[in-house]
Design a protein around this ligand. Structure first.
Ligand SMILES: NC(=O)c1ccc[n+]([C@@H]2O[C@H](COP(=O)([O-])OP(=O)(O)OC[C@H]3O[C@@H](n4cnc5c(N)ncnc54)[C@H](O)[C@@H]3O)[C@@H](O)[C@H]2O)c1
Length: 323
């Protein structure tokens, strides 16, 4: 299949590119390398420009006859979105309007969108989110993504475009063969930061908030291995090809760990100790976000292989040592 991937040089996009490339698809990656790395592009052709450059994108799409678009490019740091909301509405919402419009114009009728559990905010009872849980994001990052989901829903009703919005929970770890991994500069992801501490790249880390209504007072998240998430995209592409329908699906394992549990796991698995200072809450964090994870298995036939926190941590740490 001829595929356009935006943001393919980034953490998640590069893992999906690795899988789709291995399957022999013909891929063009549009990525401005704002947070991605050229070395992570193991397959396909790279076009380095900003999605804001709509004319360039239009010309590329007119020339290439893409059959599918996977849209990863975006800004992803929740606390930054609280400080600079318009950056997020520009990069995540406005750029998505333009991309979706060009997909309709050029007949690219299969669209996969990187959505997020941040859409749920604090709205899920006990923090367990089903796809029917009310979307009520509590930060500009989540709102900027929510608007893109709404645009896709409305566009799918009005045009031939079908889409799968994958609502990622906390993505973590690195490719099990260590071909690609997370390189994001200034990452705020817990397991990445703890791995940086374990490898000595950082001398300490922070635990934000110890007074949440959870078993040990720290936030609970559902950590999904990035290779399992990448496989969900491959399965979503097959679904769009065969079923010609749209779907909104959670991507998580259906259970969670507290921040303290994750930090302890990193220390145990790596055999390294490092300071983890307990500080106040960070803006925009929900207490608990856990996926109700049945629908994606039913709709896509997705079968995760790496639901194992130790393995997630080990791959993140091994990758961090290689970087
Ligand atoms: N990492 C997570 O835990 C997580 C969770 C939920 C959702 N998501 C979503 O998944 C997607 C990918 O996240 P990631 O962790 O791989 O982030 P990332 O920062 O590693 O990757 C984003 C990629 O997009 C590129 N990019 C950003 N803006 C661009 C623009 N305007 N034009 C061209 N290229 C641009 C960057 O250079 C980078 O390569 C994002 O849309 C994010 O919102 C991520």
């Amino acid at each position: 299949m001829k595929i356009l991937i935006t943001g393919g040089a980034g953490y998640i996009g590069s893992h999906v590119l690795n899988l789709l490339g291995q399957q022999g698809h013909d891929i063009v990656v549009v990525d401005n390398l704002s947070t991605g790395r050229k070395e992570s592009l193991l397959y396909g052709r790279h076009e380095q420009f900003n999605l804001e450059e709509v004319e360039k994108l239009d010309q590329l799409m007119a020339k290439e006859n893409f059959e599918a678009c996977l849209h990863f490019a975006g800004s992803i740091v929740v606390p930054e979105s609280v400080e600079k909301p318009l950056k997020y509405y520009q990069n995540n919402t406005t750029n998505s309007v333009n991309l979706i419009e060009l997909c309709v114009k050029h007949g690219v009728n299969r669209f996969i969108f990187s959505s997020t559990a941040a859409l749920y905010g604090d709205s899920a009872p006990n923090g367990i989110c089903t796809e029917e849980t009310m979307v009520a994001p509590i930060n500009p990052y989540g709102r900027s993504k929510m608007m893109t989901e709404f645009m896709l829903e409305d566009t799918a009703k009005a045009t031939a475009l079908n889409y799968v919005a994958l609502r990622y929970f906390n993505v973590a770890g690195a490719n099990v063969d260590l071909k690609v991994g997370q390189c994001s500069p200034n990452a705020t992801h817990l397991i990445k930061i703890a791995s940086e501490c374990a490898t000595g790249k950082r001398d300490k880390m922070a635990i934000f908030g110890t007074d949440y209504d959870t078993k040990d007072g720290t936030c609970i998240r559902d950590y999904i291995h990035v290779d399992d998430l990448a496989q969900a995209h491959v399965d979503a592409l097959t679904f769009l090809e065969k079923d010609k329908e749209s779907a909104v699906l959670n991507c998580g394992y259906g259970h969670g760990y507290t921040v303290r549990e994750v930090v302890e796991t990193v220390k145990r698995v790596t055999g390294k100790d490092f300071p983890a200072a307990e500080v106040g809450r960070r803006a925009g964090d929900a207490a608990i976000l856990i996926s109700k994870a049945e629908k994606i298995r039913e709709v896509l036939g997705w079968k995760p292989k790496y639901d194992d926190l130790d393995l997630i941590v080990r791959t993140a740490y091994e990758w961090e040592k290689k970087l």
